[in-house]
Ligand binder design. Structure first.
Ligand code: SF4
Length: 221
């Protein structure tokens, strides 16, 4: 990111325009959000609206001088999206018991709590979290830094997954957890990770280097 990059914006390939990504925890949007997005897209002639893999809208091709006013008009918080932001970037979640007939756990409810508790935590690198309401795993829990998966007897916690250039299936750390237990274990893992990982070392690499058994021993006491 160059020094004069506007707050909450990412420079694009043309080196002239910017993208912004409003925060939409667990991919939920209200009609007011949609109306605000449509209004700024028209007002500022934003050429591209792209749905991202993290269940967010990216508004792409914004002129530098418009970025501040776009944020003001949108009335939404910026989502973390630049690689230099070492923190939780997003929590994605499937619909779970809110609406899905296969759901056995409340993935949207848990995803919102995870976002609320861990969004502001400083971490070693960016972290993505996926929450699924049943073993079909539509929240992509095995390929996120932290994955949570609902089964009839409770939540399963998975860490160290990645869908990137060196893909990695995450390791199951604990099963049959209550909501409080899974939140507590996520906190313990994130604290351990932010203390012991090198800067910008993603969880997948961290798991490979330290070994899952060592990490389990450290956080499951
Ligand atoms: S993971 Fe299960 S609960 Fe979630 S959307 Fe898929 S089928 Fe439904």
């Amino acid at each position: 990111m160059s020094d004069d990059t506007p707050t909450g914006a990412i420079i694009q390939r043309d080196k002239a325009t910017y993208a912004i990504v409003p925060k939409t925890p667990v991919g939920l949007l209200s009609v007011e959000h949609l109306e605000s997005i449509a209004a700024v897209v028209r007002k500022y002639n934003i050429p591209i609206i792209k749905i991202t893999s993290g269940q967010r809208f990216a508004l792409v091709g914004i002129k530098k001088e418009d970025v501040g006013n776009v944020w003001k008009d949108l009335g939404m918080d910026p989502g973390k999206a630049a690689g230099s932001e070492l923190c939780l970037h997003y929590v994605q979640a499937c619909p779970g018991t809110a609406v899905c007939r296969f759901g056995v756990q409340d993935s949207i409810g848990l995803g919102n709590e995870v976002d609320k508790f861990f969004s502001e935590m400083e971490l070693a690198a960016k972290v993505k979290i996926g929450v699924s309401g049943c073993p079909f795993c539509c929240g992509e829990s095995f390929v996120r830094d932290i994955g949570v998966l609902g089964k009839k007897n409770g939540w399963t916690l998975i860490i160290g997954g990645s869908s990137a250039r060196r893909p990695r299936i995450g390791d199951v750390i604990a099963e049959n957890l209550s909501k409080e237990e899974v939140l507590n274990l996520i906190r313990r893992f994130l604290q351990y990770y932010s203390t012991h990982a090198k800067k910008k070392e993603r969880t997948a690499r961290f798991l490979d280097l330290l070994g899952v058994e060592n990490i389990k021993e450290a956080i499951l006491q």
